[in-house]
Write a protein that binds this ligand. Structure first.
Ligand code: CO
Length: 200
């Protein structure tokens, strides 16, 4: 147990030294301000680390993650991140990036009990209810789950675009786009679902 924590401090030291040797001013310049162009809203899944899969350094992407990348109109946590990113940081892109084989999506559909999290997963069941016809028409379970993953991302893009935050940003002429992407765990590739919105 102890060594599994110690390794993190060892890794951190090596990482900081490596970054500094490449760019001696990296941390001192970042410590003054951040200026990310992107807000990433993704799943908490440990296999989908935002910075790494799009090759960005600290300071380049603002991140919010939760189980199954859900944007709920009453979730103050997510909305606060969104507002800060849009109003203060003036990001140019909001990216909802879900992923296939999402445990949250599977759990929402497996008809078992999982405790408290079932209340969060209700939001995924709501997405299923909207697209039930399309999802039920899939030939097998895998295809059904993949399609639900995609529809969930599309619904979260819709939830974001309808927030007062985005509506007001667009009304005031702010240049900001909302994108829906899906990441495949098995090959590390992101697919654009082509549902980008750039205005009211
Ligand atoms: Co997931």
């Amino acid at each position: 147990m102890k060594s599994s924590i110690k390794i993190l401090f060892d890794n951190n030291r090596k990482w900081a030294e490596g970054v500094t040797s490449e760019n001696p001013d990296f941390f001192s310049s970042l410590s003054h301000q951040q200026n990310p162009k992107y807000l990433w809203i993704g799943c908490s899944d440990s296999r989908v680390p935002a910075n790494q899969i799009v090759g960005l350094l600290p300071g380049e992407i603002f991140v919010h993650r939760n189980i199954a990348n859900v944007v709920v109109h009453t979730d103050l946590n997510c909305l606060s991140v969104l507002q800060f990113a849009v109003d203060i940081l003036k990001v140019e892109h909001v990216i909802v990036c879900g992923h296939y084989d999402c445990g949250g999506i599977k759990a929402a559909m497996d008809k078992k009990e999982h405790g408290l999290i079932d209340n969060w997963l209700r939001h995924i069941k709501d997405v299923y209810r909207i697209y039930k016809k399309e999802i039920d028409a899939c030939p097998n379970e895998r295809a059904r789950l993949d399609l639900l993953c995609e529809y969930n991302i599309i619904e979260q893009v819709n939830n974001i675009r309808h927030t007062t935050i985005l509506q007001n940003a667009w009304k005031s002429g702010q240049n900001i786009a909302v994108h829906g992407w899906v990441y495949r765990l098995s090959d590390g590739i992101i697919k654009d679902l082509k549902v980008t919105v750039e205005g009211c």
